[in-house]
Ligand binder design. Structure first.
Ligand SMILES: NC(=O)c1ccc[n+]([C@@H]2O[C@H](COP(=O)([O-])OP(=O)(O)OC[C@H]3O[C@@H](n4cnc5c(N)ncnc54)[C@H](O)[C@@H]3O)[C@@H](O)[C@H]2O)c1
Length: 311
């Protein structure tokens, strides 16, 4: 970033990752002019405690950007707003709200070629049995993932047609960390299992706990997203920990951090199309953005448990 007082906008800034990103940007660029847009459909103002910037409460799927912002020039727009409840099966609403929100934003940003960093998702890969790399084709298994796939398609078409415009898509994997409690059921399994165990209950996981996830700590995701401010060409990149870890291992790590010795309570998996494996291939994002995750599952969960229950 060529200025120490950039004009930055974050959509979805009342949400989990968006609020962590907004507060990190405020800390990294104390002189920045910050604006958040969020319609609170799954966010919460409490996530933004200590935030000193502007807040626009608008639905991005219908927002008239020119009317709202005139010719204001942003240095970058981070677009994280999205329907994030993957169990919402209304195909029209998922695709309309997620894709049209993005299209409106792109239409506003195109004349000034404002840098765009947007949240895509590991779910675009669909079922996998090995590390997913960006050159894999998309295979969305639900309507949420389909909406993210269309956003990737639109973004790369725009980037191709406008070579001087930098558009970066980030495929977040299974993110966990502070400021996710407001999500309820869609919050991470790290959060839900920690809450069960903290309440003295055995952690409930699907039989037999050997399914694996790339659990990535939100601080790494925020760091990787901020690195995208420096990227000099458009692209889509994975953001994960780079390691698939099983739910059994997660329970072990939580037991260590919480000082408990719970055995998992294995339950039937009711989902026919369940992802048994996710892992981010990181070669491309390492070389393009210089991203290097700092938090192993052990370190991330320890940091998170301290944030949740520490004194
Ligand atoms: N959490 C994860 O593990 C994960 C994984 C992959 C991708 N992502 C993506 O990262 C982004 C952030 O996810 P999150 O986990 O912080 O979820 P979240 O639900 O906490 O945050 C999303 C925010 O967007 C807002 N929003 C949704 N639609 C909007 C609209 N039309 N107009 C205005 N505001 C709107 C919500 O109110 C909410 O505050 C999303 O794009 C999500 O798809 C998250």
């Amino acid at each position: 970033m060529s200025t120490s007082s950039p004009n930055l906008l974050v959509t979805g800034g009342a949400g989990f990752i968006g609020s962590n990103l907004t507060l990190a940007l405020q800390e990294k660029f104390p002189e920045a002019r910050l604006t958040v847009i969020d319609d609170f459909r799954s966010g919460d103002f409490k996530n933004l405690r200590g935030y000193r910037g502007d807040f626009v409460a608008q639905n991005l799927a219908t927002l008239d950007w020119r009317e709202q912002f005139g010719n204001e020039k942003f240095d970058a727009i981070f677009h994280l707003a999205s329907i994030t409840d993957t169990t919402l099966h209304d195909q029209f609403v998922q695709v309309h709200d997620n894709v049209e929100s993005f299209r409106r934003l792109l239409n506003f940003a195109r004349p000034s070629t404002t840098r765009i960093v947007y949240a895509s998702s590991a779910s675009t890969y669909g079922p996998a049995s090995a590390a997913s790399v960006e050159s894999n084709g998309a295979a969305p298994a639900n309507i949420y993932a389909f909406s993210k796939t269309i956003m990737d398609n639109v973004a790369m078409r725009e980037a191709q047609e406008n070579p001087s415009w930098t558009i970066i898509g980030l495929r977040y994997f299974n993110v966990y960390g502070p400021r996710e409690a407001h999500k309820g059921v869609p919050a991470s399994m790290v959060y839900h299992l920690a809450q069960q165990m903290k309440a003295g209950q055995r952690p409930r996981i699907f039989k037999h706990g050997d399914q694996k996830r790339d659990f990535v700590y939100v601080k790494d995701v925020v760091e990787g997203s901020i690195l995208a401010l420096e990227a000099n060409q458009s692209g889509i990149y994975n953001l994960g920990s780079g390691q698939a870890r099983s739910f059994n291992e997660l329970v072990d790590v939580l037991n260590k951090c919480l000082g408990t010795r719970f055995q998992p309570d294995y339950i039937e998996n009711p989902h026919a199309h369940y992802q048994n494996f996710t892992e981010a291939g990181l070669d491309k994002v390492r070389s393009a953005l210089g991203y290097q995750p700092a938090f192993s599952l052990e370190r991330g969960v320890a940091d998170y448990v301290q944030w949740l229950y520490g004194d």
